[in-house]
Design a binder for this molecule. Sequence first.
Ligand code: ISE
Length: 329
Amino acid sequence: MRDDQIRVGVIGCGGMGSDHVRNLTGYVAGAKVVAVMDADRPRAENVASECRVANVHTDAQALIASADVDAVVIASPDFTHAELTLACLAAGKPVLCEKPLARTAQEAKRIVDAEAKQNRRLVQVGFMREYDPAHLAAKQVLDARELGPALMFRGVHNNMSKGHPREVDDVITNSAVHDIHSARWLMGQEITQVNVQYIPNHPERPTTCRLLLVQLTFSDGTLGCIEVNSESGYGYEVYVEITCEQGQITSTALTSPAVRRSGILGHAVEPDWIPRFAAAYRAELHGWVSSVAAGRADGPSALDGYRALVVTDACQRAARSGNAEPVSD
Ligand code: ISE
């Protein structure tokens, strides 16, 4: 830390990583981005120039090892997350790793074990919906328990197309992982069994996933379902719906106002997750920087990242078997 500012290095300057650099530069007090990394050097240089970042790397390990960097944000491709998080732990540096923490529970368990050896939490996982005002408002009503105990969780996750058919494993581990974490976080229960059904993009490409349906059973017997639409066709929309004994709680999905015009009442729908969760990302980064400055780690933990991947592993098995699959540590 220098001048009371956490010196942050950001790995990955794609859409998510560059948004983190802009937020840390323009919206989050107590931090300064001193280094960025991307294998595509011009892409890193562009965001470095825009946000006046002094150091540009093309090697993530060099950024992590740099004496100028106090803490690291990992927003590189999913397959790099585990190795880079382990490198941050080896360097004793706090790290905010975008979800998923790893590709499998086994990979994530290496991170949980490595962090345990440090005798302090250093890892936060980028489950930013915990910082979304709409999700927090729904959680507040749920936690007040005025509607009685929760009976069922429903997560709706409508994505815009990424321009190509997505493999079912990718939709599970890269997208549904958010909803799985939300289910654990809001219901306060572990998931003990999953059933998975999905519709391929094309019959001749049976492992592609146009629409995913996951049925959940929680440890207390309550139920859940997660719907991921990988090509909504109209915009990006995410909400949760929790059915309780005396009522139902539905989080507001859109941040736009209702507009009445020419006989039509409607809302603008965000095009993707960065504008939809803009407030959540800023709150997530603010919370992370504050916890790092205080010498602790708050927010979703490496164990949360691991437990979500134990469920995604089971979902991948269920997608193949067509049967209910137990979720086991
Ligand atoms: C993306 O990586 C995200 O994290 C978004 O929040 C999620 O909605 C999307 O499905 C993922 O691909």
